[in-house]
Write a protein that binds this ligand. Structure first.
Ligand SMILES: Cc1cc2nc3c(=O)[nH]c(=O)nc-3n(C[C@H](O)[C@H](O)[C@H](O)COP(=O)(O)OP(=O)(O)OC[C@H]3O[C@@H](n4cnc5c(N)ncnc54)[C@H](O)[C@@H]3O)c2cc1C
Length: 488
């Protein structure tokens, strides 16, 4: 087992996209005394997409199938923040599951007032300069081509069809390498840098090392109580970067707030996830005017008013050469999330997610339903039966819908649509409980109650927009690491 020191300059809690991006940037910024503390074990470090057949898909959707799945909270409104809502407790965290979609938060959302202006300026833009551009450049170096490079003739045909239908569609930027031998796209994970042992050295990752509690010391440092392989240890750090996933980060920060304030209650507001619903269908190639060449496509139609949602269209081959599997989904923002996390004082006691839908959420759900209905009508030439989606009830579920669509053998140009819904918390985009520039954290995520502790990852997003979170998570972690190293 790797030797865990008694003190260090920076302790990074969590080894997912946020934690490992921060740890690497701290090393690149010259911080030599840094450790990464990870509650889970070092498992198989391959991304789930590298696993054969449908195993990866099932690991994601069927929590019980994944030995690394963990949920340390309960929900007042299952299936939301229940069912497959959880983290993956292992070195690499959810970076070994994500799909690599890299969209920045929309400019109008960043500039609407919730995000601190200094951070918005520092984020910059993907095509310009700043943290977004630095992050995109690194991902493109890894990928060997632009993030939004075309996936080939099949995608070009899908884009053409969407444009002809009046959609302002584009290729989805994705940090995922195509493996010609298997025909599979495998997304980037920062774990790869540790496997390659980059020159200059990266901070050690201590697996099976769970942070239980944080306590301020008299000198303004932080004493971390750890469960390290079954025995309790204390590590004193000058700075702590909390990157344990939104819910565990919320709980650790909430307990620290209670300790500092001497209270027994902590309720952190603003929890949100994306509102996602869609359909899957077996579609004749000729409906989309697709070439007879095998391929795949992942396109999106950027968010429009009033849907507040990005519309995605994914096309893959099926065993029937005359048909493709088309999956469409719409992903919308929960603005200001009315949901909250109640953090218990006692270590080990589960947090409670108090799920609430706002009137605005219901509007987004209604607009999304119409948006999906319109797309289905354009594909099939007839309207979808109404009442297919029941977002609040979290039904129908995705996996059964996909299985039914794959098994469907339509005749001629017939298309059957199989709708599905992702309950809140199961999209894995949960965020917003410890927002930058708020009463709980400063512009760069330092907690007001103890500035030596900085919050990273989606928990720190003041608003999420419709974009998938990880490009922003990596960009922000890069900037936060630079800010941390400059104060040491
Ligand atoms: C199937 C799937 C597809 C996705 N696709 C995309 C996509 O295409 N684009 C996108 O932007 N996003 C996507 N996401 C979301 C994205 O993966 C997550 O938002 C992101 O990985 C979260 O990263 P994180 O570092 O904040 O948290 P995590 O990856 O959850 O990492 C947190 C780590 O902290 C550890 N930890 C927790 N508590 C403690 C503790 N007390 N002490 C020590 N360690 C602790 C955990 O074990 C975990 O390893 C997807 C997610 C999934 C599951």
């Amino acid at each position: 087992m790797m030797h865990l020191p008694e003190s260090c300059q920076v302790a990074v809690v969590g080894s997912g996209i946020a934690g490992l991006t921060m740890a690497r940037e701290l090393a690149l910024s010259g911080v030599r005394s840094c450790v990464v503390l990870e509650a889970g074990p070092v498992g198989d470090l391959r991304h789930k997409n590298s696993l054969p057949g449908d195993i990866g898909l099932r690991l994601w959707h069927t929590a019980a199938a994944d030995p690394y799945f963990a949920r340390s909270w309960s929900s007042n409104r299952p299936p939301h923040f229940h069912r497959s809502s959880g983290i993956r407790r292992r070195v690499g965290g959810r970076s070994l599951y994500w799909h690599g979609v890299c969209l920045p938060i929309e400019n109008d959302v960043l500039r609407a007032g919730a995000w601190p202006p200094s951070v918005v300026d520092a984020l910059g833009s993907v095509s310009g300069s700043g943290w977004y551009a630095d992050t995109a450049r690194r991902l493109e170096d890894w990928l060997g081509e632009p993030l939004d490079a075309s996936r080939g003739p099949l995608e070009a045909a899908v884009l053409k069809w969407l444009l002809a239908q009046g959609y302002f569609a584009r290729t989805v930027p994705q940090a995922a390498r195509f493996d010609r031998a298997t025909g599979i796209r495998v997304p980037y994970s920062p774990v790869e840098h540790w496997l390659r042992e980059e020159p200059g050295g990266l901070p050690p990752v201590h697996a099976r090392c769970e942070v239980l509690e944080m306590t301020p010391t008299a000198s303004g440092r932080v004493a971390l109580t750890l469960d390290s392989g079954g025995s309790h240890r204390v590590l004193v750090a000058e700075r702590v970067c909390l990157a344990a996933g939104t819910l565990p980060t919320t709980v650790l920060a909430g307990r620290l707030m209670m300790r500092v304030a001497g209270t027994d209650e902590c309720r952190l507001e603003g929890l949100n996830d994306h509102i996602v619903q869609g359909f899957t269908a077996s579609v004749p190639r000729r409906v989309l005017a697709l070439p007879r060449l095998p391929g795949d496509a992942l396109c999106y139609v950027p968010r429009t008013d009033p849907t507040e949602s990005n519309l995605f269209v994914d096309v893959t081959e099926t065993s029937d050469p005359d048909r493709v599997l088309l999956t469409a989904w719409t992903m919308g923002e929960q603005v200001g999330g009315d949901s909250a996390v109640r953090v218990p004082r006692a270590p080990g006691a589960p947090a409670v997610v108090d799920v609430r839908f706002s009137a605005r959420d219901h509007c987004v759900i209604g607009h999304q339903t119409r948006q999906l209905g319109e797309l289905a009508e354009r594909l099939a030439g007839k309207p979808l039966p109404t009442g297919e989606w029941h977002f609040a009830a979290g039904s129908p579920e995705y996996l059964p819908a996909r299985t039914r669509a794959r098994a469907h053998r339509g005749d001629g140009d017939g298309i059957a649509f199989f709708p599905y819904v992702y309950p809140l918390g199961s999209v894995d985009h949960e965020s917003g409980t410890l927002p930058l520039g708020s009463s709980v954290a400063d512009d760069y995520g330092a907690l007001r109650c103890l500035p030596a502790v900085r919050v990273a990852g989606p928990a720190a997003f003041p608003r999420s927009g419709a974009a998938n979170p990880s490009l922003t998570t990596m960009a922000l972690a890069t900037g936060q690491a630079r800010a941390t190293s400059s104060t040491l």
